[in-house]
Design a protein around this ligand. Structure first.
Ligand SMILES: [Zn+2]
Length: 294
């Protein structure tokens, strides 16, 4: 085994087109000590990804310099952070006169975290620990861990194995880091407990969320109480065929209260000689009341 393959094997890198430069230096970056490993990536491409031209004569596609200094975070070496500086070969296709960059299985295009580290994040997320702990151990940002968790959760994780037989849908103003401005909340009408919260109330997201439950499971739902929002009514009818849909008492009372209050204030101000001036003020009051009730 050559020295290059020996080091690649040690670093768990399968791409044999990566060649390691002999010097490994140490550098302090943002108060952290890094081992800097410099490598270059080159090979003889089979074809041009731009036009599909086959590289038969070794002269159809020629080497055309390097894209230098691509920084890639790789797994720790002996408990020391490691950074790979990769110089990627650029090629020129004589047929279409376009250039392209060498690809590697070590990392996906336009990413700076190696696939091995991405996999390591997934494995770490299976254990009970904070995102900050994982972030510090693997030297990636907390937001990166958070995005990864959201990505996995959106495809696979269900908070509960089954849906409540009777549930209530509503929304509330979400925090800034969520997907939509309003978050979606589901409560179990039988127990009065919170069932789940989704960070968006958009139909497309809710459709995706409820479809993670099988059709048989959705058919077991007998009752859904919602507000007057037409999107919920449409979704409930579409996905829960056996469920009876009703408008919950809270929203009916709120609507009646708002209508009564609006009429009361209107009459009150209409009798005032300065009605037109006070009109805007009255509109503001109604708006605030509506916001509060939502
Ligand atoms: Zn080409």
């Amino acid at each position: 085994m050559s020295m290059n393959n020996y080091i690649l094997n040690l670093l768990n890198i399968e791409d044999k087109n990566i060649f390691i430069l002999p010097n490994i230096e140490e550098r302090i970056i943002k108060n952290k000590k890094y081992k800097i490993i410099e490598r270059f990536l080159t090979y003889n491409p089979d074809h041009c990804p731009c036009c599909g031209c086959i590289n038969e004569s070794h002269n159809d596609i020629i080497q055309w310099g390097y894209r230098k200094n691509c920084k890639i975070k790789i797994s720790k070496i002996s408990n020391c952070f490691s950074l790979l500086i990769l110089h990627k070969q650029r090629f020129l296709c004589r047929n279409c006169n376009k250039t392209f960059i060498a690809e590697t299985s070590l990392i996906n295009r336009n990413k700076n975290i190696s696939n091995n580290t991405e996999l390591q994040i997934n494995l770490e997320l299976m254990m009970k620990q904070s995102e900050k702990d994982i972030s510090e151990r693997l030297d990636v940002s907390v937001s990166k861990i958070d995005r990864k968790l959201a990505e996995i959760s959106s495809h696979t994780v269900l908070r509960h194995a089954s849906l409540p037989k009777s549930m209530n849908w509503n929304e509330f103003k979400a925090t800034r880091d969520t997907k939509g401005k309003m978050a979606f909340i589901i409560t179990d009408n039988d127990t009065g407990n919170l069932f789940d919260i989704q960070d968006s109330r958009k139909s497309i997201d809710l459709n995706k969320y409820f479809r993670r439950y099988s059709k048989a499971e959705r058919d077991k739902v007998k009752h859904i109480s919602i507000d007057f929002y037409s999107g919920y009514i449409f979704l409930a009818k579409k996905l829960f065929r056996n469920a009876e849909i009703s408008i919950d008492r809270f929203h009916i009372v709120i609507q009646a209260y708002n209508a009564l209050n609006t009429t009361r204030v209107k009459l009150c101000y209409k009798s005032n000689p300065n009605y037109n001036k006070l009109k805007d003020y009255w509109k503001l009051i109604v708006k605030n009341e509506n916001d509060l009730s939502n």
